[in-house]
Design a protein around this ligand. Structure first.
Ligand code: SF4
Length: 167
């Protein structure tokens, strides 16, 4: 297992500067079930022009909707290191899509200068600190998703949307 992000209690978003966010938090219906997970603070970031909204799974070439997927054999850091895989509930290996999506998010952060990413909790891409364990049984384990791990390695501070004190 790789290191997980430390939990941040009631994070106040900074007043200025770009912030990378999971696109589903900004009203985009891009989850595997074709839903949005809209948060008011994310919409405000979009309205102010500060949001850098990315859906790594769509950016990695996956469709909407798509089969549910979980990391098996480790966490996002292990996927980056080739020790773990992302597999759908149907048994298809979608690791390459997740790696491409993570690279897109890292490039977006670099291009815009975003030093903070607020990402959707528990996603195999965006999860920060806790992800599902690969059993598709709803069991959480410690660790980051693939994009969260890649951003963190790139020097971006990653936090879960559930740690933001807003709405
Ligand atoms: S990959 Fe991230 S941005 Fe895309 S739907 Fe999943 S949690 Fe949201």
């Amino acid at each position: 297992m790789g290191r997980s992000a430390e939990r941040v209690d009631a994070l106040k978003l900074p007043d200025e500067g770009p912030i990378l966010i999971s696109a589903c938090l900004a009203g985009v219906a891009c989850t595997h079930a074709a839903e949005a997970k809209t948060r008011e603070w994310a919409l405000q970031l979009v309205a102010s022009g500060r949001a850098v909204a990315v859906c790594p799974e769509v950016a990695g070439g996956l469709p909407v909707p798509r089969p549910e997927a979980e990391i098996t054999g480790g966490d996002g850091g292990d996927v980056l290191d080739g020790r773990a895989h992302v597999v759908t509930v149907d048994g298809d290996d979608v690791t390459e899509n997740y790696l491409r999506g993570a690279a897109t998010a890292v490039a977006a952060a670099s291009r815009t200068g975003a030093g903070l990413a607020v990402l959707k909790a528990r996603s195999p891409s965006c999860g920060c600190g806790a992800i599902y364990d690969g059993s598709f049984g709803g069991v959480l384990t410690e660790g980051n998703g693939v994009t969260a791990a890649a951003l963190s390695r790139g020097g971006v501070t990653v936090v879960s949307d559930e740690d933001v004190d807003a709405d």
